[in-house]
Design a protein around this ligand. Sequence first.
Ligand code: NDP
Length: 246
Amino acid sequence: MLSLRGKVVIVTGGSRGIGATIAKELAKKGANVVINYNSSSDAAKAVVEDIESFGGSALACKADVASLEESKHLIEETKKQFGRIDILVNNAGITRDRSFKKLSEEEWYDVINVNLNSIYHTTSAVIHTMLEQKYGRIINISSIIGQAGAFGQTNYSASKAGMIGFTKSLALETAKSGITVNSICPGYIETEMSAAIPDNVLEQLISKIPMKRLGKTSEVAEAVLFLANSNYITGQCINVNGGVYM
Ligand code: NDP
């Protein structure tokens, strides 16, 4: 029986989709969970209420993780409330899909800032706390697109591949200090992000998935829970993709 009783977790982008499910599943195992969000305050409050309804402990914290200052605020608020930080789940992410020849500078930088620069912001703000504790779990939600690429997603693919490289290098640097750093590469998961994919494109994508269905947010949360409880796994990337990329 996996338990996270007493552990303190931050889930960036915990207000909706995959992040909201991760937050609830970790809270069910006894963790105190900080639900970070940028604009969906009602959704973040609903996640907190849901967790409290089953006796769990949670706090919503607004911070744009594309900003170093706001990410520092997220870490400080968590320490103020719970005294420590055991697990950081870097989940916040956006897409701004367009073929490269039409991609604007803003669309490039928005995605790199929210998906990739964010993990520098949150991790740099938390790493010294974890080093002092001699304990930490950093779990980065990357994507199959960072491994395989996709038409119209140069910005997103670069950001997600960057997360994998970051994971491996930081894992090397922190392995002897009780900190593990891993990434998860979900395939196509049922959320608002995948709902934005046109129906005909989605049908084609599903036909190529060996399991012939989209993944569930709970199936990504299972991998997070597994990594949160693992001691000897670091620098790895776990694929949760129904077999579509091996
Ligand atoms: P959603 O669009 O459903 O949710 C995204 C979450 O990120 C929201 O909680 C949102 O909060 C938050 N967020 C966005 N920008 C910021 C920001 N600047 N600061 C803080 N929080 C922010 O996405 P998914 O649940 O589908 O995706 C979650 C992660 O999983 C992403 O990193 C995504 O790239 C990755 N992924 C998703 C796949 C899928 O098929 N859905 C497949 C592979 C990877 P708010 O509304 O408050 O801004």
